[in-house]
Design a protein. Structure first.
Length: 354
């Protein structure tokens, strides 16, 4: 069983603070697309003397997945998704210590011709809900000619559909017992177009990039950066046990690697040898930020979103040259994410929530 659709102006996406407790639900803003659904694996039961399987038995719970993207305007969505957004700790500290790892996700759909904005005006709203969702991948991308965008992937234990958005049973599962959570309901808040002070969208012309130890063989100050991508992959391993129909936990697999890559048009080269990395393998601290939209030349413009990769190692650099296009270089750094209190390496978020 699966369902996939693209978010339109008649839909909205929400996330809860947790999966099994009281549901405090927040809207995610500037959603551009979403794909969601579930699939079920069955094991055939065969016997001698019969060609066709006599049954198709479910031995493991199905897979429920969701991928969505949104325009990056501030760190409010990230905060609601459970990331640390003030730069005080690893961005995924809440996932590591289990304080903000497991959530429910809700997609609200209203009838054709109606807007989700402003509430249920016709009493026919529908909801697709994911229970016990865990983020498995997060990436931020900014490139020339496009709005900075975030993409998120989520895996869950269950999904349900509802013909209303008020006082509906939560989609959560009690993993230890393999039973649905009872006695808990959700009510989706009224859809809003944003929060006070939130930018409509950020612009590629407001992206700033800096790094320390720039011994790259290319003058980074003279590189005309065309695209920058930051990603962290949170692989999950389901933990099963006899007597439970569902995994009782989805533990993060270590090590956790965060990557930052840039594509740039090359200006001047600098003297250097790739083999020197063997003897002088430097750590890099890299920061990518996007300032709030402002008039050109305005000073003191606040940074709306900022990503810092600390203790990163340069893992690849590749030049491309051909007749016609400008000569370009691709660089990639990788850093392993440390524990919640490790402030010297990993991926850190900061910025504004408005």
């Amino acid at each position: 069983m699966s369902r996939s659709r693209v978010i339109s102006p008649t839909e909205a996406l929400f996330v809860s603070t947790n999966a099994t407790g009281a549901q405090t639900i927040s809207q995610l803003y500037r959603i551009q697309s979403a794909n969601y659904g579930g699939s079920q694996t069955r094991t055939p039961v065969n016997q001698y003397g019969q060609q066709a399987a006599i049954d198709q038995v479910i031995l493991e719970p199905g897979s429920v997945t969701m991928e969505f993207s949104y325009l990056s305007t501030n760190m409010l969505n990230e905060a609601n998704l459970g990331f640390v957004t003030d730069g005080s700790a690893q961005s995924i500290s809440g996932f590591l210590n289990k304080t903000s790892d497991e959530k429910n996700y809700y997609v609200l759909t209203v009838p054709e011709g109606e807007d989700a904005l402003g509430g249920d005006s016709v009493g026919k709203n529908e909801v697709w809900a994911m229970g016990n969702g865990f983020i498995t991948n997060y990436s931020f991308s900014a490139q020339v000619g496009s709005f900075p965008t975030v993409s998120v992937s989520v895996e869950g234990l269950n999904f349900s559909t509802h013909s209303g958005s008020v006082a509906q049973p939560v989609p959560s599962i009690n993993p230890a017992q393999g039973t649905k959570v009872t006695g808990q309901t959700f009510t989706l808040p009224t859809v809003a177009s944003g929060v006070l002070g939130q930018a409509t969208a950020l612009r590629p012309g407001d992206v700033i990039f800096s790094l320390t130890n720039p011994s790259l063989g290319v003058d980074i100050n003279d590189a005309k950066i065309q695209q920058v991508t930051i990603a962290v992959d949170l692989g999950r391993e389901p933990q099963n046990k006899l007597g439970s129909a569902f995994p009782f936990s989805r533990e993060i697999t270590f090590p956790i690697n965060a990557t930052l890559s840039i594509d740039a048009n090359v200006g001047d080269l600098v003297t250097g040898n790739f083999s020197d990395i063997l003897c002088d393998d430097k750590d890099y601290n890299l920061t990518v930020g996007v300032k709030k939209p402002s008039c050109p030349g305005t000073t003191g413009t606040p940074v709306a979103v900022s990503y810092t990769l600390k203790g990163a190692k340069l893992t690849s650099q590749r030049w491309t040259s051909s007749i016609g296009p400008n000569k370009s270089v691709s660089l990639e750094w990788t850093a392993q994410v440390g524990g919640p209190r490790d402030l010297s390496r990993g991926l850190f978020f900061s910025g504004t929530n408005t």
